[in-house]
Design a protein around this ligand. Structure first.
Ligand code: PXL
Length: 290
């Protein structure tokens, strides 16, 4: 599969189809519950391939998770008979390495050279891996990243993907040294085949930065930080980025738009003392995406 970075353009008349490979969590406003309304507001059809169904995201105590890999072959057979090909595929939370291997198969069966592949390598946050993350999942995620046009790790995920201890990186999130190491890690992912890397939510003392590396170079966005990692922020970011690029915007302008939306919604949540694990108050800002 070849990276054909960013030449996709879905015209206003078409309704572009995006497969969203992600979980359905009843609480946490993350994954599909965040992605689906965003794609709809932006005029694209989101077709979920559910990776798991959860009572709440894994940051809550006592979450229940049902892995949905067992229905995938039936979905694939049905979609194959319909002759489905997606304009975009966005993958997110995967339950483990076995499922991640099947995502590779899914890319090959339901994408073509014009499909935009975006991989959000959901593996951890705040310097810690998520409960389902192990070495095998990290290795398979790195394979998916190598096939992607764009990947959207946070700093912890960038470290896990490139064999760096994530504790070290999140403790010291300012200055030259970190920026040099982020560049080196992004360059390593691009040398493997990934078209562009958007590193999200890099917190400094007073701000939060997103770092984008494409074949053209590096751009950095900087916004006020609210010193909390809110559930679903990464999913909101990757969904807006995917939609904007599918609609013909440059990755630089798509990242700026995703950052602007998130900054407004996170600031609102923080002002209203929102509980970070219940996610971002994004609903009332959806109208800005229409
Ligand atoms: O937003 C990332 C994410 C997605 N899905 C589930 C999660 C998390 C982060 O904790 O638990 C189930």
């Amino acid at each position: 599969m070849q990276n054909k970075v960013f030449k996709n353009k879905i015209s206003a008349k078409q309704s572009g189809r995006v497969a969203v490979v992600n979980d359905l969590s009843s609480f946490g406003k993350c994954s599909l519950t965040a992605s689906l309304p965003i794609f709809s507001c932006m005029g694209l059809q989101a077709c979920p391939l559910p990776t798991a169904v959860l009572s709440c995201q894994t940051g809550f105590e006592n979450f229940f998770q049902q892995d949905m890999t067992f229905v995938w072959e039936d979905f694939f057979r049905s979609w194959q008979k319909m002759g489905v090909v997606f304009d975009g595929i966005l993958s997110g939370y995967l339950t483990g390495s076995k499922q991640a291997e099947k995502v590779e198969d899914f890319f090959r069966r339901f994408g073509n050279d014009d499909t935009l592949f975006v991989v959000d390598p959901v593996l951890g946050d705040d310097g810690k891996p998520y409960p389902n993350t192990d070495e095998k999942l990290i290795a398979q995620m790195r394979r998916l990243v190598s096939m992607a046009d764009i990947c959207t790790p946070n700093l912890t995920e960038l470290c896990l993907l490139t064999g760096v201890n994530p504790h070290e990186a999140v403790e010291k999130t300012d200055g030259e040294d970190l920026s040099y190491r982020i560049k080196a890690a992004c360059a390593a992912l691009m040398a493997d085949g990934c078209g562009a890397v958007a590193v999200t939510g890099i917190r400094t003392e007073n701000s939060v930065k997103n770092f984008l590396m494409t074949s053209k170079g590096v751009t950095v966005t900087e916004s006020p930080s609210y010193h909390v990692n809110m559930s679903g922020a990464g999913d909101i970011f990757s969904s807006i980025l995917t939609a904007k690029v599918l609609l013909g915007e440059s990755p630089e302008s798509a990242v700026a738009a995703a950052d602007g939306f998130l900054t407004r919604a996170i600031s609102d949540t923080a002002k209203n003392n929102g509980d970070a694990k219940h996610g971002v108050n994004f609903e009332k800002y959806l109208k800005d995406l229409i």
